[in-house]
Ligand binder design. Structure first.
Ligand code: NAD
Length: 313
């Protein structure tokens, strides 16, 4: 599976280091580059710690072999040398993405493809001037990518279909779940769906319809249980005796009446302050890092459960 050519990681912060694990775990050699010496110094230690958790959850074997496939480099040129795929994960700003894309463009091996972890900036905003722009696209992960497999592939208008296919195949090969968009749209698919839910959650809370904890419980102990292994369309297909068409016949009137007009504006400062006070009472700021580790441990156990019950991709 590893093939002769390595994968390059450009920007090895929170997301880039997760990507390094994804590719190394699947057998690829990984060359990581970050301009920060502090970040470079942390990559391998972090990878070892995270791998111990993955091994405990039954999601990885032979951690020493996996870590040995990752090398850390202090120049972009060295990291890109003969890489066939480059995962860029630098800061989420147009100037940072433009600068690094042009630098990669000048050094990338012939035929190499570049996926940007961009959460929302479309590739057309930072790759237009690249000579190899047909081989740049967005490959947007969910954090942390080694525990949450979905990755959104979003082409710029000039991205070649072959580059999209190559990255989709690679993502499948390394155990991720690629979702391919046909064109650029604000928020891609994941954040558009999340945006609808968040806007409605803020509105329900702000109108005093339910407490913040009860709104969270509705997802954590209700909708979210199904959503960890099936999407909204399959959910409604199973929720009426005659399937999705039957569900639509019974309930489309209910949903039509729920659309908010006009569309929601930005979340208000006053409501954010109220929600912040409730959340910090539940988990103080000093406890957030532990709570994130708790989340990752549960995500690992959930991934392990899905794997052993053949619910993984
Ligand atoms: N954190 C998340 O939840 C999340 C989820 C999905 C996607 N993303 C996206 O991933 C990207 C990285 O986010 P992050 O959370 O890892 O941020 P981060 O701040 O942890 O990491 C960014 C890294 O990029 C490095 N960097 C800056 N300029 C660079 C350059 N010219 N060349 C190489 N490296 C450079 C920095 O030193 C830093 O280590 C962003 O586009 C972000 O939107 C983040």
């Amino acid at each position: 599976m590893s093939g002769p050519h390595p994968v390059a990681i450009v920007g090895a912060g929170l997301v880039g280091s997760g990507w390094a694990l994804v590719f190394a775990r699947a057998g690829y050699r990984v060359r990581a580059y970050d301009p920060s010496a502090e970040i470079r110094g942390r990559i391998l230690t972090w990878a070892k710690q995270s791998l111990d958790d993955l091994v405990d959850a039954g999601l990885a074997e032979d951690p020493d072999a996996i870590v040995s496939r990752i090398t850390v480099h202090d120049t972009l040129e060295e990291a890109l040398a003969d890489a066939f795929y480059i995962q860029e994960s630098v800061f989420e700003t147009v100037p940072a993405k433009t600068e690094v894309s042009l630098a990669i463009d000048a050094l990338m091996a012939p035929g190499a493809v570049v996926g940007s972890s961009s959460s929302g900036i479309p590739a057309s905003k930072f790759t237009e001037a690249c000579v190899n722009r047909s081989r740049f696209l967005v490959a947007h992960p969910v954090n942390p990518p080694h525990l949450v497999p979905v990755v959104e592939l979003v082409p710029a208008p000039w991205t070649a279909p072959e580059a999209m296919e190559m990255v989709a195949d690679l993502m499948k090969a390394v155990g991720q779940v690629p979702v391919s968009l046909t064109r650029e749209i604000d928020g891609f698919v994941l954040n558009r769906l999340q945006g609808v839910l968040l806007n409605e959650a803020w509105a329900l809370y702000s109108d005093g319809i339910a407490s913040l904890a009860d709104i969270d419980a509705t997802i954590a102990h209700g909708l979210g249980l199904r959503w960890s292994f099936m999407g909204p369309f399959e959910t409604i297909d199973l929720n009426a005796p005659g399937g999705i068409e039957d569900y639509a016949a019974r309930l489309r009137g209910l949903y039509a009446g729920m659309v908010r007009t006009p569309p929601p504006g930005p979340w208000s400062d006053a409501v954010i302050a109220k929600a912040t006070a409730e959340r910090r009472a539940a988990v103080p700021a000093s406890g957030l890092a532990d709570r994130r580790a708790w989340r990752d441990a549960i995500l690992g156990r959930l991934a392990s459960f899905k794997k052993s019950n053949r619910l993984a991709n």
